[in-house]
Design a protein around this ligand. Structure first.
Ligand SMILES: *[C@@H]1O[C@H](CO)[C@@H](O)[C@H](O)[C@H]1NC(C)=O
Ligand SMILES: *[C@@H]1O[C@H](CO)[C@@H](O)[C@H](O)[C@H]1NC(C)=O
Ligand SMILES: *[C@@H]1O[C@H](CO)[C@@H](O)[C@H](O)[C@H]1NC(C)=O
Length: 329
């Protein structure tokens, strides 16, 4: 081996040690590094694979992924009070679990549809729902009522066990188990635990506590709900937000238009929509707008009132008088 080559190898291996040491310093908090995309052209379409965060050849993986435009410090800004001693789930929620869960849905367009700004808006919208449902903020809370998202990971004083016996053949309640609200978009009732568990292939019908012990699973269940239509042949919250859904004549007559308002319609229907000035609806909107500002997109990008709110919209799924999920924590 000639001298020069030998020296080059010494230098390279020294650099490798320094890099390895740098990795050690960051330890657990570090996400796997950004991967150079693999690009393939299939039937004239450009498809990419970006490793762990956007895995499996997909058009969406050619675009900016969430960790490109939404980083740890931004997560900390949005949920700045979640680890204070008075927060009810201090130490539970973190950036790493959000990104790990989001990675499963980015190849399907979560945060990766359209322009980067659409992705940022979708993340703000999804987290707006989450922040509102998990907040313990109130009018005079320090930092303002909107700084308290991800304060809860479960309903604190459930008044019932949310067991609906009409589902005893499909999703029977496990004796001794309570199906009160848990997660990032809280899940209530045995049938919702059952359906979500089937989709995620995790037995939360028998073990609902998994959702309050595992933040990645809690985010995964929430993003699954966001990405999946509540009923067949209907759009998901994702679809109505990114404009993948085209309103029919009936939708237009019912004042349903693509945007944040329609995401609330998909997920909560007439519990919050078509009621003029519903408090729960306004709270979701406030969180969304606040997060748009903090992420640097700006609330003015949210669009006009009829797009952001659902106060005039008729529900996609009008609720029957029978059991429907109650409000959060
Ligand atoms: C990817 O980004 C480009 C440019 O921002 C956008 O036009 C395109 O629609 C995006 N691809 C997908 C699949 O959304
Ligand atoms: C938490 O949930 C994730 C996502 O379902 C799963 O991959 C992981 O193994 C779970 N962690 C533990 C400790 O059970
Ligand atoms: C539109 O609404 C009418 C009246 O509610 C209903 O009968 C019809 O099936 C709807 N059409 C579609 C395509 O949903």
């Amino acid at each position: 081996m000639d001298h020069q080559l030998k020296w080059r190898m010494v230098i390279l291996s020294t650099m490798a040690i320094i890099l390895a040491a740098a990795n050690l310093v960051h330890g657990d908090d570090e996400l796997p590094a950004a991967v150079k995309p693999i690009v393939k052209i299939v039937k004239g379409k450009k498809l990419c694979d970006k490793g762990w965060e956007c895995k499996g050849l997909s058009e969406y993986c050619c675009n900016s992924t969430i960790s490109d435009y939404f980083q740890t410090y931004q997560f900390e800004n949005l949920f700045s009070k979640r680890n204070t001693p008075v927060a009810h789930a201090a130490g539970f929620w973190d950036y790493h679990s959000f990104i790990t869960a989001a990675a499963l849905y980015q190849p399907h367009g979560f945060g990766t549809t359209g322009e980067k700004q659409t992705g940022m808006k979708e993340v703000a919208a999804f987290l707006g729902h989450v922040g509102s449902k998990t907040s313990c903020g109130y009018g005079v809370a320090t930092g303002g009522p909107l700084a308290w998202g991800l304060c809860y990971n479960k309903e604190m004083s459930p008044s019932q066990t949310y067991c609906d016996d009409t589902f005893k053949y499909t999703y029977p309640c496990t004796p001794g188990v309570s199906y009160h609200g848990r997660g990032a978009l809280p899940i209530y009732w045995n049938y919702n635990y059952g359906e979500t568990g089937d989709a995620l292939k995790v037995d939360i019908l028998n073990h609902p506590e998994y959702l309050e012990n595992n933040a990645t699973l809690a985010f995964q269940a929430a993003i699954w709900r966001w990405m999946t239509p509540v009923k067949k042949h209907q759009p998901s919250a994702h679809d109505v937000f990114v404009g993948k859904w085209k309103p029919t004549k009936n939708d237009t007559l019912a004042k349903r238009v693509p945007g944040f308002g329609a995401t609330m319609n998909v997920l909560y229907g007439d519990q919050v929509c078509g009621k003029d000035d519903d408090e729960s609806m306004n709270n979701m909107v406030s969180h969304y707008l606040y997060y748009l500002d903090l992420m640097g997109v700006g609330r003015e990008e949210a669009g006009p009132h009829e797009v952001v709110s659902c106060s005039e919209q008729k529900a996609f799924n009008p609720s029957s008088p029978a059991s429907s999920s109650s409000s959060s924590s």
